[in-house]
Design a protein. Structure first.
Length: 386
């Protein structure tokens, strides 16, 4: 049995799935395949199924094998960005007139894609608090959607949704259930095992983990749906390049240990902020006071690296975000370095004035893997400036 075949546990799969040593040279790290085209053994005689870089690439295949293994999916697909993956999934699974039931606390880009790009095409949209299954049940009873889409933990308010319960409600209505697993990553949560149909990732975040590659991924419980999405990906061309796929694969190999450190650091930062007199509220599912704490403890193996805090007013939130030193003021999240973000004017500016608008008082922290004492000292000095 090869080392690759012997991998069973999550940490082993992260290192070995799709990463068998090169057959020709024995290289432990598979080579990056940059070729745009592949020699055929006669017309239509494809070697390994490879024909042209848009339709397939061995480095991308390795990444897709890795992600499918980690999410427990029948297949996975790698895209040029998270939104490219979302777009392909939505267009493959929906038709004009179909409706998406969307969580009221999701990434602003997802809402923008649905409302401003696919809306004019005829896709309808309703919004509900996915952490309230009674509200979801009522919304579905009012009108059955074609798709139910949730982020859990959500962005940026860290709401927790019961994936198994949501999946039952969605499936009873004949809806496809999609879970954005970007915040948790498969190291902490595996939505397909809880009944979801598709898992979405911005691979730019925790999967890549080093703020040096943009990418997206989808993992599927059903290979037939994956085939439909893959056709659209091939036809429209939203594929990840070989270097991007390689960087994402390299990041995933340390995902398990990184998520442990992200989670422990975030827990310490959240507990410290909770006791600070200048912080009005702390949002982190690892806190017993969080309304989704018990559910998160059941369906996740850790609480993740994102902490959101509420300050006295918008001016204080802005001042805090602009006063940190170790936490870098920037878009995105999930890298080894700590970032601070002011959602109202940054990641969620596109949902201002909508049901998904983020309060002006909220600041989001992506807690990195630095020394936790340094991180706490940094938030303290920023709070002292208020």
């Amino acid at each position: 049995m090869s080392t690759h075949d012997a991998a069973r546990g999550f940490d082993s799969l992260a290192v070995h799935a799709g990463q068998a040593p090169d057959e020709t040279t024995g290289a432990v790290i598979p080579p990056i395949h940059v070729s745009t085209t592949y020699a055929q053994d006669g017309i239509g005689g494809l070697r390994g199924g490879y024909e042209y870089g848009r339709s397939g690439n061995p480095t991308r295949t390795a990444l897709e094998t890795q992600i499918a293994a980690l999410e427990g999916g029948a297949r996975a697909l790698s895209f040029a960005s998270g939104l490219a993956g979302e777009d392909a999934l939505l267009r493959a699974a929906l038709a004009p007139g179909d409706e998406v039931l969307l969580g009221n606390d999701v990434y602003g880009g997802t809402y923008r894609l649905l409302a401003r790009v696919l809306g004019p095409w005829g896709v309808k949209l309703r919004v509900v608090d996915m952490s309230d299954l009674d509200a979801v049940d009522a919304a579905i009873a009012e009108r059955a959607p074609k798709m139910v889409w949730v982020e859990t933990p959500s962005n940026p308010m860290l709401r927790i949704t019961d994936i198994a319960g949501l999946s039952r409600l969605g499936h009873d209505a004949g809806a496809l259930v999609v879970v954005d697993n970007t915040f948790a990553s498969p190291a902490l949560q595996r939505p397909l095992s809880l009944g979801a149909d598709v898992v979405v990732h911005s691979a730019t975040k925790y999967l890549g983990g080093h703020s040096d590659v943009v990418g997206g991924a989808l993992a599927f419980a059903d290979a037939a749906l994956a085939e439909k999405v893959q056709f659209l990906q091939f036809a429209a061309g939203a594929v990840s390049g070989p270097f991007d796929a390689y960087l994402t694969t390299r990041g995933i190999k340390t995902l398990a240990v990184r998520m442990q450190r992200h989670s422990s650091n975030a827990q310490a930062v959240a507990e410290h902020l909770l006791a600070h007199d200048r912080v009005a509220k702390v949002y982190y599912p690892g806190l017993p006071s969080h309304p989704g704490h018990e559910l998160a403890a059941r369906q996740m193996s850790g609480f993740g690296g994102i902490v959101s805090l509420e300050l006295a007013d918008g001016a204080a939130a802005r001042r805090f975000a602009e006063s940190t030193r170790l936490f870098t003021l920037a878009e995105s999240l999930g890298g080894v370095e700590s970032l601070v973000n002011y959602p109202d004017a940054m990641t969620h500016a596109s949902v201002r004035g909508t049901e998904l608008a983020v309060p002006e008082t909220i600041v989001r922290l992506s807690v990195g893997i630095e020394s936790v004492d340094d991180l706490i000292a940094d938030v303290d000095q920023a709070l002292a400036s208020l």
